[in-house]
Design a protein around this ligand. Sequence first.
Ligand code: ZN
Length: 112
Amino acid sequence: MAYVFVCADCGKTYYSAASYMNGIKNTCQSCGGRLVQIYPRPRLGEILVQLGYITEEELETALRIQKSISKMLPIGKIIMKLKPLHDDIITKAVKIQKKSMSFQKFHKEKIT
Ligand SMILES: [Zn+2]
């Protein structure tokens, strides 16, 4: 198994040989929602990029700030400072991240 994606809207799971970085067609075939990579486990910032709320450049800036201030500072908080996002967006991203964690836990034997 290579990469696993989930639809942010209907929750349908997709398997792909290519990562989101390598131009997977990132729309759900059932509902047209956006697909987000859940395996390998993405970081919160990467989920926000995949959902289209922030750009790669904005994520890089946030990561650079995090590195210079404190690794303990949640990336979501830094992104919010750079670009005010609605709470719902962060909630959505966190939900996908949790799904990603449980997916990884559930499929651990099969993947590794
Ligand atoms: Zn869908």
